[in-house]
Design a protein. Structure first.
Length: 201
């Protein structure tokens, strides 16, 4: 291995160990030293890749959110009606909780406990999803005075809260039920944007 490959391999080990610990102990219950012990690396190797625990959490969150956004983009590019594509995107978000609960917890819960770098990365991820939702809403937007960007942000924020409560056990949904409930929220905003009166669809 080259020197660069060894650095990259150590960085990967640190991120994988931190993913385990952040999800099991929480961000507040994890230290740099605990991460290094978990991946069996000497202390000096932490600062080789990360300046702080917050930077480490932000890097993990960025990886999770970028992967999720790419899968959502693929769902929106698939054939089908707008509602079908919205359903596909929501199923991607549900999969992020069901398929790897560790990453789901980091994204939805532990990211809220991080510092400014993690907070900034969390906002970037939410804006990225809002941009995808906006592209769906714009296909049939006819609501003068209502800002489609703001409504897309509202959809992402609302769905994220449903997702958080579902992942945390506050809502006893199956994966399909989560998707169905979140889709109803999207439908309501889409119908409003299309100028359909309440009860019109």
């Amino acid at each position: 291995m080259t020197a660069e490959e060894r650095v990259a391999a150590r960085r990967r080990r640190i991120m994988d160990a931190a993913t385990e610990l952040f999800s099991a102990r929480g961000y507040g219950g994890t230290s740099m030293r605990a991460v290094l012990r978990h991946c069996r690396l000497p202390d000096r190797y932490f600062t080789e890749s990360f300046a702080s625990l917050d930077e480490l959490l932000a890097a993990i969150l960025e990886e999770i959110q970028r992967d999720e956004a790419a899968k959502c983009q693929a769902a929106l590019a698939a054939a089908g009606t707008r509602r079908d594509r919205a359903r596909g995107m929501l199923d991607v978000l549900a999969a992020g909780v069901v398929d790897d609960p560790r990453k789901g917890r980091i994204k939805l819960v532990e990211s809220l406990a991080g510092g400014p770098l993690t907070a900034a990365e969390r906002r970037r991820g939410l804006r990225r999803l809002a941009s995808l939702v906006e592209s769906l809403l714009r296909e049939d937007w006819n609501a003068p005075g209502a800002d489609v960007t703001a409504m897309a942000v509202a959809v992402v924020g609302g769905v994220n809260q449903i997702l958080l409560n579902w992942a945390d056990g506050g809502l006893e949904f199956s994966r399909e039920e989560f998707v169905g409930q979140a889709l109803r929220f999207f439908d309501a905003v889409a119908a409003f944007g299309a100028g359909v009166p309440p009860g019109g669809r």
